[in-house]
Ligand binder design. Structure first.
Ligand SMILES: *Cc1c(COP(=O)(O)O)cnc(C)c1O
Length: 388
């Protein structure tokens, strides 16, 4: 993967801006290869939501180069952008959010973008778009197998499969896939997993009973891909694991965090015991302390819920965040250490002592997906230079 420009600086490299995020694309490529080996079937790399905050186009290029067979996004706009990007024109892309009256649907179909179809109304819209485009819409029929979110409800499976078969016979659609999504894949042994797998089999039976034989059947997200071979079928759809985080750590896979987020100390001051720190004075200093100010806050995606709990890596060790994380800044306990302005601060890193997105998720009571996708637009993504 030496052809990808790696724009990272060492911890003590002296940053010019106040903060930055950097990605090591070799780690993304490594994760794609590692997950492909584990799965043993083709992969749709989920690069929705700006590739979980990593930058959709560069991440998609790296994933495709490393062997991902397809790309998955949510919106038509994301799919369109991938389709227009150099090197990705021929990689199959699936998007699955669209309104029945969605403008531009025929253009999307004409561009060969696969549509995930979750309702009879979407099926009709896709077929009409295929007719307008003069080429059949490639659709992946989604059955709701128990997530109770997207997907055709079980009582309409037969109807939807028969309608899709009719549109396929008329040349308006090609049923390229049959798929569903799991609600509890990260909870090993949760009864919903067995129930959803059984329901998916019933869905596939309804699809084939209508005379359809889709190219791919797909069910597994990262957690299912890693923990349950029965969910892998013809295609797996990992998201978070591509970016280095394993939602089922009891099933070890060789994954490396891709993104690192660094900032620097903007100022330091010695404050006396008894000082109340930040909004609400939720922390009161017990002793005289050197308090460092870091210029990132919840507007940058640093979770406010991690106030008084999070730690950052600063001047050789982990140090605790004091008081509330504000919109643009937070403070760190530096004890009696003579920390200087400009000292690098690692918020998310890949080093042994560095906090990572799993740590932030634990401090904030959320999941690393939420932490990574939340990284704000003010944090420069240096790796985009030269890659898109
Ligand atoms: C986001 C998404 C995934 C990936 O989920 P992870 O848990 O991040 O692996 C898979 N399938 C669909 C339909 C998704 O929307």
């Amino acid at each position: 993967m030496d052809n990808y420009r790696i724009l990272t600086e060492p911890v003590n490299g002296g940053m010019s801006g106040l903060a930055k995020a950097s990605a090591d694309w070799r780690r993304l490529a490594h994760n794609v290869e590692s997950l492909a080996r584990t799965a043993g079937v083709p992969m749709m790399a989920m690069v929705k939501a700006d590739a979980y905050g990593h930058g959709m186009v560069p991440a998609a290029r790296v994933a495709a180069e490393a062997g991902a067979d397809r790309l998955g996004v949510v919106t038509l706009k994301e799919a369109w952008q991938l389709r227009q990007s150099a090197g990705l024109e021929a990689v199959p892309v699936m998007a699955f959010f669209f309104a029945p009256e969605q403008p531009g649907l025929a253009e999307v179909v004409g561009a060969g973008i696969d549509l995930g179809v979750s309702s009879l109304a979407q099926l009709e819209a896709a077929a009409a778009a295929g007719d307008r485009a003069g080429t059949p819409a490639r659709i992946h029929l989604k059955g709701d197998t128990g997530m109770s979110r997207g997907g055709v409800a079980e009582h309409e499976w037969e109807l939807a499969a028969e309608a899709a078969a009719k549109h396929q016979a008329a040349g308006s659609v090609v049923v390229a896939g049959a798929w569903s999504h799991l609600a509890c894949a990260d909870e090993i042994g949760h009864p919903a997993n067995a129930a959803q797998k059984a329901a998916f089999e019933r869905f596939l039976s309804a699809v084939s009973a209508a005379g359809l034989a889709p190219e791919v059947r797909h069910l597994a997200n990262s957690a299912a891909l890693i923990s349950d071979p029965e969910t892998r079928y013809d295609l797996v759809r990992p998201g978070i694991a591509l970016y280095g985080y394993n939602p089922v750590p009891q099933f070890p896979v060789d994954l490396q965090p891709v993104v690192e987020v660094r900032s620097q100390v903007m100022s330091v001051k010695r404050l006396p015991a008894g000082s109340g720190i930040s909004y609400g004075h939720t922390h009161i200093l017990e002793r005289d302390t050197n308090v460092a100010l870091v210029p990132l806050g919840y507007a940058d995606g640093i979770p406010r819920a991690a106030s008084n709990k999070a730690e950052v890596y600063l001047a050789g060790k982990r140090r605790r965040v004091l008081g509330r994380i504000c919109m643009d800044q937070f403070t760190v306990d530096c004890g009696d250490d003579p920390v200087k302005p400009g000292e690098p601060v690692v918020l998310i890193g890949a080093g042994e002592q560095h906090p990572d997105a799993d740590d932030w998720a634990a401090w904030a009571g959320t999941i690393p997906n939420d932490v990574l996708t939340g990284l704000g637009a003010r944090i420069p993504r240096l790796w985009n230079r030269g890659l898109d």
